[in-house]
Design a protein around this ligand. Structure first.
Ligand code: MN
Length: 295
């Protein structure tokens, strides 16, 4: 469903620019799925409120077939976004579904969920992302929740120059993403698709932390005088000094990029694998509750 969007009105002239560029690190998780970790590494610990970003991309079945068998989460949210291939998820609340290309799943672990995420294919390309979004102290123990997004559930904003934006969370012009209920982190999750040399001036909430990740083709980020080139696979964290907008331009052909933003929580973080709380005592409690089958 395409809608014509007018860009949000921008009141500040100053644009955000790149403050930091990192490449991901090859690692594996689950029962041995090969992936690239972009956030959650020694190079880039976190981008508050984001705890982790993984990209998985392989057409080699041995890289993904083992999947992510049954495992717990507490204290945060995850968003899985699929570009190619299929995963089946099943959880201990009775949810069961398949995530396919162009769709995704927004999962609120809250006080606890136990689930599995397994490939629903034996060959072919699997390509997608998993983002972890922190919850504030006041919401870490809320009931688990869950939202499956089919491709048609994600609206597309048409912008000048043939640029399109798939809006999962937040808004681009008049187009509002399906993850729109009130969240302390006010997340923005947009996939930009830019024709060769096209550019966009994207409005973003003031005070949000923002990062841009070109996953297909390269881009240039920032106003002309401060622009920085990013190749595929380079993640840029942007400045956050009250600016409301960012310029992004395709570089060397067409490009696709994730633009992800969130309101920082600025709370202490105590993390042990898939448990993310505020204190070590709460972590201990999480492990105990999981072992006691209270998830
Ligand atoms: Mn999981």
């Amino acid at each position: 469903m395409a809608q014509t969007a007018r860009p949000l009105e921008v009141t500040s002239r100053e644009g955000r620019f790149v403050s930091r560029v990192v490449r991901g690190m090859a690692t594996s998780d689950g029962a041995g799925v090969k992936l690239t970790r972009l956030i959650g590494t020694p190079l880039l610990r976190r981008v508050d409120p984001f705890l982790m970003l993984d990209e998985f991309r392989s057409d080699e079945p041995s890289d993904y077939l083992a999947g992510f068998p049954s495992h717990p989460h507490r204290g945060f949210e995850t968003f899985t976004y699929m570009l190619a291939g299929k995963f089946r998820h099943q959880d201990n609340k009775g949810n069961d579904g398949v995530l396919g290309a162009g769709g995704g799943q927004w999962m609120t672990a809250g006080r606890g969920i136990v689930h599995s995420e397994m490939p629903e294919q034996e060959e072919g390309l699997v390509w997608g992302f998993q983002l972890w979004i922190n919850l504030p102290a006041s919401e870490k123990m809320k009931p688990a929740g869950y939202r499956d997004l089919q491709p048609a559930d994600i609206p597309t904003a048409s912008l000048p120059g043939g640029v399109t934006a798939r809006v999962v969370a937040g808004r681009v012009g008049d187009v509002v993403g399906p993850i729109d209920d009130a969240r302390a982190t006010e997340p923005v999750f947009v996939e930009l698709q830019l024709p060769a040399d096209a550019e966009v001036d994207l409005a973003l909430p003031r005070g949000h932390e923002v990062f841009v990740y070109p996953f297909d083709g390269g881009v240039e980020v920032g106003d002309a005088e401060k622009a920085q080139a990013l190749a595929r696979g380079e993640l840029a964290v942007l400045t956050n000094a009250g600016e409301e907008r960012v310029r992004i331009k395709a570089r060397g052909g067409e490009a696709r990029a994730l633009v992800i933003a969130g309101k920082p929580l600025r709370e202490p973080i105590a993390q042990h694998g898939p448990f993310v709380m505020n204190t070590v005592d709460e972590l201990r409690q999480a492990v105990e509750d999981f072992q006691d089958g209270k998830f």
